[in-house]
Ligand binder design. Structure first.
Ligand code: SF4
Length: 249
C-alpha cells in the first residue's frame, strides 16, 4: 500500500489511535535501506521510479494546511506519525522537518504525540539521533536478534550489524519504543530466536515494546502470522519482569 501524498489521513492506527501520517519519501515510490520480506509497501525493486524527497518547506506547507483544516473541522488527531513508503530518516531534511512538525503540533494540536517509525539504521548520524530524542515516540525497529536473521527478514542494503544498532540504541537510555515483527515458521521467532531477542530487550530496557505480526499483504508470499495469544506466550518472561508490552495481532 503506497501513500500518494506527503501528509495523509488521519487514519485509525492499531497502535497510535487517530493518526495523521507524514511520508518523507517520494509520493509515488518507495525508498528504504531495508527491503523487508513483510513490507506493506512491496519490494524496493517494484517502486514506481519517483525519487523526489519532499523538502522541509514542502512538508511545512502541506502539514500546516492539513492541521488547520482538521482543527477547523473539529477532527481529532491523537498522533502525528512519520511512517511513509520507506525509511523517513533517509530524507536529508529529517531533523529540520521534525522540528517544524513539533512547532506546528504545539500550535494546532498540543495534546497530539509526534511519533517516528524508523528502522534505526541512521542513529550514527548525530542530527538524526538528536531529532529522534526530541519526538514523543521514537519507535525503533529491531526484528532479528542476529545479523543472519536480519539479512533474511530485513534484507538490508550494505552492512548491518545488530550489535551496532544496539549500541546506538543504548544512547537513548531506555527513552524509546522498540518495535519487533514476529513471523511464524522458518526459524523466525523460534524459542532460541525469541530468547536472544529478549536478551536484547533486557539490555536496552526500552520504555515500551511493541510486538506485532502481519496485518496486510506482503511481498514475500507464504508468510505466516501469529495470534495475539501465541505472541503473549512467547514474551511472557518479559511481561513477568515488568516490561511494558503492546501485542498487536
Ligand atoms: S524498514 Fe519499513 S519501509 Fe523499509 S522495507 Fe522494512 S517495513 Fe518496509
Amino acid at each position: 500500500m503506497m501513500r500518494e501524498t506527503t501528509v495523509f489521513g488521519p487514519i485509525f492506527s492499531r497502535r497510535l489511535g487517530s493518526s495523521l501520517g507524514i511520508n518523507l519519501l517520494p509520493e509515488r515510490g518507495k525508498i528504504c535501506n531495508f527491503d523487508c520480506i513483510y513490507c506493506e509497501c512491496g519490494w524496493n525493486k517494484d517502486g514506481r521510479g519517483d525519487t523526489h524527497l519532499p523538502s522541509a518547506e514542502e512538508v511545512r506547507k502541506a502539514l500546516e494546511a492539513k492541521l488547520s483544516a482538521c482543527a477547523g473541522a473539529g477532527t481529532p488527531i491523537d498522533s502525528i506519525t512519520f511512517s511513509g513508503d520507506g525509511e523517513p530518516t533517509l530524507n536529508p531534511d529529517f531533523a529540520a522537518i521534525v522540528d517544524l512538525t513539533l512547532a506546528l503540533r504545539d500550535r494546532y494540536y498540543p495534546a497530539a504525540r509526534v511519533s517516528v517509525l524508523s528502522n534505526a539504521t541512521r542513529l550514527d548520524r548525530e542530527d538524526v539521533f538528536q531529532a529522534l530524542r526530541r519526538v514523543d515516540n521514537p519507535i525503533l525497529k529491531i526484528d532479528a536478534p542476529t545479523d543472519e536473521g536480519a539479512r533474511k527478514m530485513n534484507r538490508p542494503a550494505g552492512d548491518y550489524h545488530v550489535e551496532d544498532i544496539v549500541r546506538n540504541l543504548e544512547r537513548f537510555e531506555g527513552a524509546f519504543i522498540l518495535q519487533t515483527m514476529f513471523l511464524k515458521g522458518d526459524g523466525w521467532s523460534s524459542a532460541d530466536w525469541v530468547e536472544e531477542w529478549m536478551n536484547l530487550v533486557r539490555r536496552l530496557h526500552p520504555r515500551e515494546v511493541m510486538v506485532y505480526t502481519l496485518d496486510r499483504e506482503t511481498p514475500q508470499k507464504g508468510l505466516e502470522k501469529y495470534t495475539v495469544d501465541e505472541m503473549r506466550a512467547l514474551v511472557r518472561p518479559l511481561i513477568e519482569e515488568g516490561y511494558q508490552l503492546q501485542i498487536k495481532g
